[in-house]
Design a protein around this ligand. Structure first.
Ligand code: ASP
Length: 590
């Protein structure tokens, strides 16, 4: 046998056994009479000791070892005199009888230990070395375990794992597509799927009433910290269901994963549900972190008519009451003003009211508002002595978003958003459509296959363009701690409703036919009622792993410019390849 034990498994009970280990040299300490080698594999680290009794050739090999050499060691398990309680194998060492170098290594560009000295870029370039480190191996193991839990749970519930193609057709809705030229069909292109959406719906038409897939999706969008151009979804679809059937199955999946991975269970037997409208009014977000209060107070009607132009001219004035922060200094308040003025937050300024220990009020707008006015606000928002009321004003949509960012920031500062408490939530009843001023048209808020709510169907078919904005969708998102982990909907399964949807989105019947004819065609052959959901698997991993970054849970991720630093992609094509595809690349503008 190449090895009889891993580097993570030997304990005191194994003393006096002869073993063979294989792994990487993490560190060598040569004390002259004794040489200690930390030998590592993905199971752990074991100390190898070459002492004065070792044969001269064993000593010579040990002395020649460098970091990350690959070696096979045979020896005896012995109790250590100086035990290391921080190491799982810290009570034993292996007294080496033979050491065989299986491969040498150049000096690695950074230390491969629990904490590395390498910067981000360097570690991305040498990702295969970074992946040797324990934190990344734990992340990969977590991902693996979560994937197995998903498969086990869904299999038990009768779901079938079915693959769908990666080379599909580009469609105009949604994010930007990645495209792939076709050599066999010159001048034509495939697109990589943004999700298997239409395919999973077609599988429902085909009668596979419970489908799932852990599948790669591709979106050519600008990247943010928690986005990757290719990412993984747990993609699911069910036929003969209503919303509650879908929520029940996937709530069950999430409960199972929380319990199996973190030992976390939830008291209530149903995760809370909140309408989109309520979520926006109370938290200014369709993915609220409901672990703490500081809910929004719509102050618009209370503040007008005092000659304070900022409030008088604002479409929306909203405030959050922050407990115990009245003692914030001038500098801290200036810091908050700077925070809300950041372009990502987008507010113009910040108004504060503080309630002093004696119950009186002080504000940054004392010139315009009397003590009674401030007291009236304080009363309405439930301010206690010591509390701080933070107020933003402006256009409604932007102000809600800015206040949401401020609320989360205050939650972070007050330690109300730890990584080890979880508040799951279903946000339901999203608007079906979103109006875009720039292009003067409606866009599907979720995607064009989401069904309007039955109650709103009449509005949906009415000719009133404005009323369309009020039509609600049978759509839902699964949210945990302010992060959207999953989203889905009950689908349109009626050709007429689907055609109307395309019409509302501005497609002519011919365009709809050209782009989505296959789906409209399928709906003519007995499409069952159906609905589904997709979870962002990378995000799920980061949630369970207690990290904000999905990159840590992807073996080979891209950087913020969509680059794989290790293989150096994307890259130019050879002229011969371009010729074969009959593609000419325009020179980039100087
Ligand atoms: N395909 C959708 C998405 O990727 C999810 C769904 O509706 O099932 O967001």
């Amino acid at each position: 046998m190449f090895r009889t034990a891993t580097c993570g498994e030997l304990r005191l009970a194994d003393a006096d056994k002869q073993v063979t280990l294989a792994g990487w040299v993490q560190k060598v300490r040569n004390l002259g009479a004794m040489i200690f080698i930390d030998l590592r594999d993905r199971y752990g680290i074991t100390q190898i000791t070459v002492d004065e009794h070792a044969a001269a050739e064993v000593k010579a090999v040990a002395e020649s070892l460098g970091r990350e050499y690959v070696v096979q060691v045979t020896g005896w398990v012995a109790e250590r005199s100086a035990k290391n309680p921080k190491m799982e194998t810290g009570e034993v060492e292996i007294l080496a009888e033979a050491i065989r170098v299986l491969n040498v290594s150049e000096v690695p560009p950074f230390t491969i230990e629990e904490n590395s000295d390498g910067g981000d870029d360097l570690r991305m370039k040498y990702r295969y070395l970074d992946l040797r480190r324990a934190p990344l191996q734990r992340a990969m193991m977590l991902r693996h375990r979560l994937a197995q839990q998903v498969r086990r749970y869904l299999d038990e519930k009768g779901f079938m794992e079915i693959e769908t193609p990666y080379l599909i057709k580009s469609t105009p809705e949604g994010a930007r597509d990645f495209v792939v030229p076709s050599r066999m069909n010159l001048g034509e292109f495939y697109a990589l799927p943004q999700s298997p959406q239409t395919f999973k719906q077609l599988l429902m038409v085909s009668g596979y009433d419970r489908y799932f897939q852990i599948v790669r999706c591709f979106r050519d969008e600008d990247l943010r910290a928690d986005r990757q151009p290719e990412f993984t979804q747990v993609d699911c679809e069910m036929a003969f269901v209503e919303r509650e059937d879908v929520l029940e199955v996937f709530e069950g999946m999430m409960r199972t994963m929380f319990a199996q991975t973190l030992g976390v269970t939830f008291e209530s037997d149903r995760f809370p549900r909140m309408s989109w409208t309520e979520a926006m009014e109370r938290y200014g977000s369709d993915k609220p972190d409901i672990r703490f209060g500081m809910e929004f107070n719509d102050m618009t009607a209370w503040v007008k008519g005092h000659d304070f132009v900022v409030f008088d001219g604002a479409e929306y004035v909203g405030g959050i009451c922050v407990p115990g922060c009245a003692s914030y200094t001038r500098k801290q308040l200036d810091g908050l003003t700077e925070f809300v003025k950041r372009p990502q937050v987008g507010a113009k300024g910040l108004v504060y009211v503080r309630r002093e220990a004696d119950g009186s009020y002080k504000s940054s707008v004392d010139k315009f508002y009397a003590q009674e006015d401030l007291a009236a606000w304080g009363e309405r928002v439930g301010m206690q002595p010591g509390d701080l009321l933070l107020i933003l004003a402006g256009a409604k949509k932007q102000t809600l978003a800015a206040l949401c960012a401020l609320r989360l920031e205050m939650g972070d500062r007050l330690g109300l958003r730890p990584h080890d408490t979880f508040a799951p939530l279903w946000v339901v009843d999203f608007p079906l459509l979103e109006w875009d001023d720039e292009t003067q048209r409606y866009y599907a808020m979720h995607h064009p296959f989401t069904s309007p709510k039955t109650e709103d169907m009449e509005k949906f078919f009415s000719g009133d363009m404005r009323a369309l904005g009020d039509v609600r969708a049978e759509a839902y998102d699964f949210v945990v701690n302010g992060v959207e982990v999953g989203g889905g909907s009950i689908r349109i399964h009626d050709g007429e409703v689907q055609s109307r949807m395309f019409e509302v989105l501005g497609f002519t019947p011919e365009e709809a036919q050209a782009q989505f004819g296959f789906l409209l065609g399928a709906f003519k052959y007995g499409a069952p009622p159906h609905g589904g959901i997709a979870f962002g698997f990378d995000r799920m991993c980061s949630l369970f792993g207690g990290s904000d970054s999905i990159r840590d849970f992807i073996a080979f991720p891209k950087n913020n410019s969509g680059r794989d630093m290790m293989i150096d992609a994307p890259s130019p094509l050879a002229a011969s390849q371009l010729d074969e595809l009959q593609i000419a690349v325009a020179k980039p503008e100087a």
